[in-house]
Ligand binder design. Sequence first.
Ligand code: AMP
Length: 383
Amino acid sequence: MLVLVINSGSSSLKYQLRDVDTHDDEASSRAVLAEGIVERIGFEGGPSDHAEALGHVDAELAAVLGDRTIDAVGHRVVHGGERFAEPVLVNNEIIRAIERLNPLAPLHNPANVLGLRAISAKWPDTPQVAVFDTAYHRTIPERAWRYAVPDWLYTHHGIRRYGFHGTSHQYVATRAAELLGLEPDEFDGVVLHLGNGVSATAVQAGKSIDTSMGFTPLEGLVMGTRSGDVDPSILVFLGRQGHSPDEIDDLLNRQSGLKALAGSNDMRAVVEAADAGDRRAAMALEVASYRLAKYIGGYHVSVGGAKAVVFTAGIGENSAPFRARVAERLGALGVVLDGALNAVPSKEPRVISAPESDIPLLVVPTDEERAIAEATAAVVRPT
Ligand code: AMP
């Protein structure tokens, strides 16, 4: 079965064509028949809209497809609100429902809707599936998703914690269980998605029961350019100082995090600078790893004792120095890193803790496109 995975941004359209029946874990890349990105949509020199961008994708795919056809299209959709707990087959009503969630994800959902509409128009007979970043977190209990604020903020504005990166957390939790020889629903642990966006999820019996991102992807951990947790009064203070909502949004989402603390949002550069004696870079790593360790300790309690702590995404998979800094702070949980295992670069799921570690540390590469393609196939396949 051939699935086209679409990740549609406001001015870009990323695609990957996958054969979901090719199970080649050693080189999962063999399942990928084509991939690419069309950028500058709506800008000078770029395609005028998503429909035109899709024309470019179509031309690229034609060469690869030959006489085969695309069986289904899987879309990454950022916000599924309270309604979507699972991937769904798309129809007009579903697209309108996603559109109604635009106020909750004003940068992402409108772009996802453009992608959904462009594909419906171009390939009306090809089934499309929406896979939501929030869906995995729909099992979070109310005690964890409620903010302690007046009820109308929730009932009127939908202000509650939703959580993001769900497709990645679910995929990684499932692979981590496999690595430990457990069924997915036997897995209790903490999954750390450490990329440009950073989030931690508390997984109990295979389900998300808490996660560090909240109403938006700004809450929680220190990220590439996002602050994560701050005292909300800081926003009020800045507003009273005359900063506009847009300025405050930009400050916390694009001018903060590692970029603010160390001058770069690239973890490699920050580690190199710290090793070369840059005090700000060293402190940035301390702030980020300290806050992460605090969340891991909290989630260890939330899940009733983690059976593993799992690292994934750009930093989690590749930055041995950052993993080591986090592991060092987990001594109170009886965690013991194996420095040699941690240092070996690999694309495989693996254990990086010592045998005597009370909680195993794992590295499990994420693959959101694969997860979206498989979820899409599961929805459209006749049962
Ligand atoms: P992602 O959002 O998952 O693509 O991750 C992006 C982050 O991963 C950036 O902060 C990169 O600096 C970081 N990253 C990617 N490769 C490496 C590497 N080899 N060592 C350290 N950090 C890396």
